[in-house]
Design a protein around this ligand. Sequence first.
Ligand code: SF4
Length: 469
Amino acid sequence: MSRQVATDFPPQGDDIAVVAAQLGRRPRKVHAVAHRCPCGNPDVIETEPRLADGTPFPTLFYLTCPRLTHAVSGLEASGLMREMTDRLAEDVALARGYRRAHERYLERREALGAVPELAGISAGGMPSRVKCLHVLVAQALAAGEGVNPLGDETLTRLAPWWEQGRCVVAEGASRPHPLTGEPFVSPVPPGQGWPGDPATRATPVAVDAPSVRSAAETASLPELTASMSVCRACPRLVNWRETVAIEKRRSYEHEPYWGRPIAGWGDTRPAVVIVGLAPAAHGGNRTGRIFTGDRSGDWLFASLHRVGLATLPTSVHAGDGQRLLHTRMVAAVRCAPPGNKPTVAERDTCTPWLQAEIGLVLGSVRCFVALGSYAWDVLLRVLRVLGADVPTPRPRFGHGVSVPVAMPGRPPVPVLGSYHPSQQNTFTGKLTEAMLDDMLLRARRLAAVGTVTSHSADRATAPPDSTPP
Ligand code: SF4
């Protein structure tokens, strides 16, 4: 990757539109594109030291690429800044180099215009502390190698963020959300107002299997949901989900794609938990909600509505008003995998999210439904780790199979197997509407949710709502 200085290239062509899409707002007082990513997009801009309204603005170099920003945030969350600050106190050569970086920062900014209020103040904690790695990385990219030693060091710790292609595309980089009309780039950065986005810009990012395990130990369901929705622990899946989000399917090219992991969704004290395999590339990966936006989801939500476990017969997009009743949906793997086939390593890396989520809601669950053999196997393994007495050998999956799983201190909880409502199963008639309705009615009855008055024969009249269990 190029590290040469590029500090005086005025924005060209779509640069400002791209930066606006990257930031989610129009950038202020851009003096130059200070560094360009190998993909061609700006990834650092140089900003005038005084904004149009007269406000002094100390941050000369600003990271714009959401992928790069995310990756740097992950390092910040790892405690690297504290460790660097400690080293500055002990390492004289490092401290000298860091002070020189501070001076270079001031020189460059003063060359753009004197702002007395900012005299002697750089950014990022320089010259004696490390308070913002984004600032250091931005200077390292803009000024070139050898100027900011801690910015250089941080860059060596980052995976090549540009290899996944452009984070946004120049022309019409942002697209309006189909329901709210708000513009979003794809993939959607956290905390930008996407309906139901559980994360904020400050949500820590898990970048490998150990950090997933550590983040999954969180105490609350909202924190868990937020953390999993920004996870970047599986490089192949991150690359796939984001490439799909940027390239899009033609029929959805006018829409933004979520392009992030799909968190569990539904009741926070569910009586029924439905476990699927993984989000679809142009379904959940586009809409940001599990089982939403593809044929499988259409089938599943229609059936859930018929049996009284969802308020609406369709689920089209996060923010559409759909609500699950006493029910929660989760996926064994949270990112869309190529060919719907996660590797064993990816499954194992992701399992702590599922395990933690099921552990947090287990107290209210009276029935599990596994959609397909993959979800069945992962679910039984997770329940065993959570202390359930799962029969040995592990029962084989089959449509209609029910296994009572003994839980410490409470009655056994049934785990039902159902064919997955994949197109392959529904097109071929392997799974019919009646079969799926039967399974979900059974789950509802086993979970003692409301009054089940019918079987599949009168599923169309199943009650639209239900009393709490
Ligand atoms: Fe993270 Fe799971 Fe996605 Fe891997 S599959 S990146 S562990 S959310």
